[in-house]
Design a protein around this ligand. Structure first.
Ligand SMILES: Cc1cc2nc3c(=O)[nH]c(=O)nc-3n(C[C@H](O)[C@H](O)[C@H](O)COP(=O)(O)OP(=O)(O)OC[C@H]3O[C@@H](n4cnc5c(N)ncnc54)[C@H](O)[C@@H]3O)c2cc1C
Length: 256
């Protein structure tokens, strides 16, 4: 059903950490499968459905909850579904398999003079499918919105192996049910996301960051309002560090 190297035993799965932040704790899955295609995901899920085998879907395992497998679960990792199928600079879309690492996609897109609106600290490990399944936000929500706002279309496999394809490429699309929304932010409970069509933006010509010290939270809100009025849509990020956080970072890095 799957090619060589696609199935790991419980022992082999146990050589992997449960999560990127829990390196000392091994995975406990009863096995781990690594499909390469939507058809292979479908075949695995159909078989598991027939025999009542619980499945734990895994992307980059950066989340501290849903992607940590239980001993009776079969882990299904998207780690070999990493293909960037297309980057279209004219339509400003990218088509990608769900196991593609966020940073890999960001870099491929930027090489074409474009920008993908989701970014955060876990970029080097988290996958596009994981981002979609958690509706990841990150640093650029003010300007570009959450992951939900980037997804134009997707493909998913239901628990019984049925493939649901809704690979819409159009920004303006009000035709019928918007099925993709069922799979965004639902952490794999309704299906495994296998491919997606993502919206891309022009790459900014310049970027500027400012670190501003303010006296109170009221002043922070007033400053945000001022920046939004002054800069409009050009304002990408606005993050607050409390005093204790700032002092910890300075003490740790030795830099003000
Ligand atoms: C340093 C760091 C910073 C972060 N910062 C932010 C932030 O600013 N904003 C924010 O929103 N989040 C943030 N996160 C959390 C982030 O949303 C998730 O870590 C990420 O989106 C999950 O991607 P993943 O590939 O690691 O998914 P996993 O951790 O592997 O899985 C997450 C969930 O999605 C399910 N899942 C994974 N892939 C699929 C798939 N293909 N189909 C269906 N279900 C799937 C899993 O079963 C699990 O329930 C951060 C994480 C880290 C480590």
């Amino acid at each position: 059903m799957l090619g060589p190297g696609s199935v790991l035993s419980a022992e082999e799965a146990g050589e992997r950490p449960a999560n990127i932040k829990l390196q000392a704790i091994p995975q406990t899955a009863m096995g781990l499968v690594r499909p390469r295609t939507t058809e292979e995901v479908s075949a695995v899920l159909r078989l598991c459905h027939e025999v009542g085998q619980p499945v734990c879907v895994q992307g980059g395992v950066t989340c501290l909850d849903g992607s940590i497998s239980a001993p009776d679960e079969l882990a299904l990792s998207l780690e070999r579904m990493t293909l960037i199928e297309q980057i279209d600079p004219v339509a400003r879309i990218g088509i990608v398999q769900a196991g593609c690492i966020l940073q890999t996609f960001q870099e491929a897109v930027q090489a074409e003079g474009l920008y993908y609106g989701v970014d955060y600290g876990g970029r080097g490990s988290a996958t596009i499918g994981g981002n979609i399944s958690t509706n990841a936000g990150g640093m650029n929500v003010l300007r570009y919105g959450m992951t939900r706002e980037q997804v134009l279309g997707l493909e998913a496999v239901l628990a019984d192996g049925t493939v649901v394809t809704s690979m819409n490429k159009m920004l303006k699309n009000n035709a019928g049910y918007d099925l993709k929304q069922l799979f965004i932010g639902t952490e794999g409970t309704l299906g495994v996301v296998t491919r997606a069509v993502l919206r891309l933006r022009p790459l900014a010509k310049t970027e500027n960051a400012a670190l501003v010290a303010l006296e109170s939270f009221g002043a922070v809100l007033a400053f945000l309002g001022y920046c939004q009025e002054r800069f409009g849509d050009v304002l990408t990020s606005f993050e607050v560090m409390w005093r204790a956080h700032y002092e910890h970072v300075v003490a740790y890095s030795g830099k003000p």
